[in-house]
Design a protein around this ligand. Structure first.
Ligand SMILES: Nc1ncnc2c1ncn2[C@@H]1O[C@H](COP(=O)(O)OP(=O)(O)OP(=O)(O)O)[C@@H](O)[C@H]1O
Ligand SMILES: [Mg+2]
Length: 433
């Protein structure tokens, strides 16, 4: 149980939450009017006017409807989003957690302990949503984005088919459906959550589509992050360096061309019409390493092959997830950018990188040090907190799919993987190391 009291509310606020909400409602409306005025959002003497206000108890938001002067539009207000958000969060609130009273130690420090509980302050974390329907609608949510979200069985139940959990916004759960959007670009500075997200996607798909999913995992940071998936029967290959990557990509490309001919011969337009259930995911972690392959020929060939998967792969059942820490124009194969309409973008270094990924600046302004916070962009944009999946959870989920012939006892890298060509495609064989 938790009471929140506005700083100005003094000890009267301890009386309860209703006091908080009333005070809060008045203050927020006044603040919005004031911020709009200070930001120049008025025309001559005409200012925005509050027309209606509702409090939604269940979803914990207050909706304000404002009449706005002729000559202003929704975008004028959206452009000032940061100013409204900071203005509404410019106070800390006193947060008393009743549970803390249970842990009091009965000694001389008791008064100090009580004081500390009563003085506990946290920054406000309100979130604003704006819309226009003849009036400017502003919804102010009491609680903004959660700072973390855990991947567990409950979460796994919320996705089906080819869906993967992207995370939560301040009000809803967001998924990415690889049947709708077949390619996904992931970008972000080091240590913000790219690889964790890839592991989330792989685990989810192995769990939900064990018979239909196939993976080619390309991990150019040495193969460590994906090694735990290596013995899963759904994983064809884990490529860790330039030659392995080229071999894996060439194999897919051959398969892709053969499949294209087969579809043509049968008059099938795409994998849907063919009625094939298999989807082959090519997951590339640290795509920038490809642009850094020493041999120019190999570099160009790898980039070309990835481009071809992006260009013609979707209709033939191939899916591409391309992650990079260095999203510059020359790192993205042109066809990847051109054929991808979904991006998950963690914090980036600068606006130039953000422009490459999102076609707009902004990812550089995501909070410093807040892992898992990202912008998910499709035909709309959502600020999300991505789920944190633990390795121990992954291991439980993939255990039933481990090819036991590929395992020996005791070590974490118990087998040697070798590729063999069979009937036009590569098969990965596992032997005891
Ligand atoms: N969604 C998340 N929520 C909370 N913590 C996270 C989340 N994602 C990642 N982390 C934390 O951040 C660490 C780094 O994450 P991750 O390895 O995914 O980064 P990365 O973007 O792949 O970095 P690099 O570019 O260096 O490979 C993780 O070990 C974990 O502790
Ligand atoms: Mg990584």
């Amino acid at each position: 149980m938790l009471f929140e009291i506005l700083t100005t509310g003094s000890m009267l606020g301890v009386l309860g939450t209703s006091y908080y909400y009333k005070t809060n409602l008045n203050n927020d409306a006044d603040k919005i009017l004031k911020i709009a005025e200070n930001c120049g959002l008025y025309k001559k003497d005409e200012k925005i006017r509050l027309y209606r206000r509702n409090f939604n108890k269940e979803k914990k938001f207050t909706e304000y409807a404002f009449k706005i002067p002729l000559g202003l539009e929704l975008k004028d207000f959206q452009d000032k989003y940061g100013k409204f958000k900071d203005g509404l969060n410019n106070r800390s609130v006193r947060r008393i957690i009743l549970k803390d009273f249970k842990n009091l130690k009965l000694d001389r420090t008791l008064p100090m302990q009580i004081q500390a509980i009563l003085n506990n302050r946290v920054r406000q974390n309100k979130e604003i949503e704006m819309e226009y329907d003849g009036m400017l609608i502003m919804r102010v949510y009491d609680e903004g984005m959660p700072a973390e979200m855990h991947y567990d069985d409950e979460l796994l139940k919320k996705v089906k088919g080819w869906e993967v959990p992207i995370g939560v916004t301040f009000k809803e759960f967001v998924i990415h459906d690889f049947e709708g959007l077949q390619m996904l670009v992931i970008a972000g500075m080091t240590r913000y959550g790219k690889t964790v997200f890839l592991k989330n996607a792989i685990t989810t798909l192995i769990n939900n589509q064990p018979e239909n999913v196939k993976f080619t995992l390309i991990d150019l940071k040495g193969g460590l992050a994906f090694s735990r998936f290596m013995a899963c029967k759904q994983v064809n290959t884990v490529a860790k360096n330039c030659p392995e990557t080229l071999a894996a990509l060439e194999a897919i490309h051959r398969e892709l061309l053969a499949r294209q001919e087969h579809f043509l011969a049968n008059g099938w337009e795409d994998i849907g019409e063919a009625g094939w259930k298999e989807r082959h995911f090519v997951v590339i972690d640290e795509g920038a390493e490809i642009a850094g392959f020493e041999d120019r020929e190999e570099r160009l060939r790898a980039t070309h092959l990835i481009g071809e998967i992006a260009r013609i792969g979707a209709g033939l059942g191939y899916r591409l997830i391309f992650a990079t820490q260095y999203p510059t124009a020359d790192v993205f194969p042109r066809q990847v950018k051109a054929n991808t309409s979904a991006a998950l973008c963690f914090k980036l270094k600068n606006s130039t990188q953000s422009l490459v990924v999102l076609d707009r600046a902004g990812a550089e302004d995501l909070p410093v040090g807040l892992k898992g916070r990202a912008i998910y962009q499709t035909d709309r944009e959502q600020l999300v907190q991505t789920p944190f999946i633990k390795n121990s959870f992954i291991d439980i989920k993939i255990k039933p799919h481990i090819n036991f012939r590929a395992r020996s006892e005791g070590t974490s890298a118990p087998f040697k993987a070798t590729k063999e060509e069979e009937g036009g495609s590569y098969i990965t064989k596992f032997e005891k190391a």
